[in-house]
Design a binder for this molecule. Structure first.
Ligand SMILES: [Zn+2]
Length: 409
């Protein structure tokens, strides 16, 4: 199991000592959402369970983007008293990153990560890589500052704070809030104030336009996920508050969208008397078909990439590390590729290859289990996902969605 690290910190306001999870390696291929978190300054954020004081712990970490072959080391000035100690800290993190990867993924650039003394400069580098503007960054920082303020404010001041900061609420903001809740939940045992953050979350969902929209999105998705069949899929699509929700529904329900499904939709349209509602449903049908076709095209590219990943897993000495390193790519498409390879091997009577594939399947199951708490937070993440994340979220988490959550035939 990949190790999870904790730090014991003392609250600067009230002195309470508590444990909080810390991140030392942020790998965008293992977990694509780390990028947004980094850009919003939501890295190694701790929140005092006693008084609610929150802030970022100034700890070193490595940001790793394997596709771009970039490793960025954050080494704040406070780390170590001497140059030697700083080198040791840098070396430890670099080794930790190396150790998380199978041999063949340990490339030259990893030995010389770019070093940043300030988080601001590291973030600027990531923005440069991503082509994000400084305005986006400034906004994220304002949102982070506001969130910390809101969580430590008195409840009676909430309405005014919300009214004064209307412009700061968007999906990104709710993503930050969600991350903060996860941190507190993970801090666990003495996180007695989770209730307050939960209350703040519920308040913001009810009292902001975007919060209400995300809540309707969640409701539509739940309609389907609670009881996934053609009927609930159709109902959820009809209730979808926006195109992003529709996209997620098409993506997760695509295996149910056969001739009968579209026949149901057409029947529904024909039996609707209200001309406005009828027009809306015709438009909905057009969008569903458009999304389905776009997905089919994109999935061919994804299938090719997943077939390559399967090759890598078959050829590596360390399939477990390889699978962990490619966590975000172990999705439904990967499972399909693996299953069809197994079927082909069985049909050919190629027992040796079949056994090799079975070993890979076991490794994938192990990695999926390691990440199980994710299943619990997935429903919430869906609610919080930004447009782009919503598109990929279900896709990236199919392995978590499988047995209990969705039961798609
Ligand atoms: Zn405190």
């Amino acid at each position: 199991m990949p190790q999870r690290y904790y730090a014991t910190v003392a609250c600067p306001t009230c002195g309470t000592r508590f444990q909080t999870p810390i991140e030392q390696i942020m790998d965008v291929r293992v977990n694509p959402e780390v990028k947004n978190r980094l850009l919003s300054g939501s890295v190694n954020v701790a929140l005092c369970p006693a008084c609610g004081t929150g802030g970022m712990l100034n700890l070193p970490f490595i940001y790793h983007d394997p596709q771009r072959e970039v490793a960025l080391l954050y080494l704040p000035a406070e780390v170590g008293n001497t140059e030697v100690q700083r080198q040791q800290a840098a070396g430890r993190l670099t080794r930790q990153l190396m150790d998380s990867l199978p041999q063949e993924e340990r490339k030259g650039y990893l030995f010389q990560p770019e070093v940043f003394l300030t988080l601001e400069n590291l973030i600027k580098r990531v923005l440069e890589l991503e082509g994000v503007t400084e305005e986006d960054l400034a906004r994220s920082q304002q949102q982070r500052a506001f969130l910390d303020k809101f969580l430590s404010a008195l409840e009676e001041d909430w309405p005014q704070l919300v009214a004064e900061n209307e412009a700061l609420f968007d999906e990104n903001f709710f993503g930050m809030l969600q991350y903060t809740m996860q941190v507190i939940a993970m801090a666990g045992a003495n996180g007695g104030d989770f209730g307050k953050v939960q209350k703040a979350f519920d308040y913001l969902v009810e009292n902001t336009a975007i919060g209400r929209q995300l809540s309707r999105r969640n409701e539509a998705l739940r309609t389907f996920s609670d009881n996934p069949d053609q009927n609930s899929l159709l109902e959820a699509m009809l209730a979808a508050p926006d195109d992003e929700t529709l996209m997620v529904l098409v993506q997760s329900g695509i295996s149910l969208m056969d001739y009968t499904f579209f026949q149901r939709l057409v029947n529904r349209i024909e039996s609707t008397a209200d001309p406005l509602e009828k027009a809306r449903m015709v438009e909905l049908r057009r969008k569903i078909l458009e999304i389905r076709d776009a997905l089919a095209e994109a999935s061919e590219d994804v299938a090719r990439a997943r077939a390559e990943l399967l090759e890598k897993l078959l050829n590596t000495e360390d399939p477990l590390k390889m699978a962990r390193s490619y966590l975000s790519e172990l999705d439904e498409t990967f499972a399909l590729v693996l299953r069809s390879e197994m079927m082909a091997a069985r049909n050919r009577g190629d027992k040796q290859h079949l056994e090799a594939l079975q070993r890979i399947a076991n490794v994938i199951n192990q990695v999926a289990e390691e990440n199980m708490p994710g299943e619990v937070i997935l429903a919430r993440r869906l609610l919080m996902a930004t447009d782009e994340q919503a598109q990929t979220l279900l896709q990236n988490n199919q392995h978590l969605l499988r047995p209990q959550f969705f039961q798609v035939p």
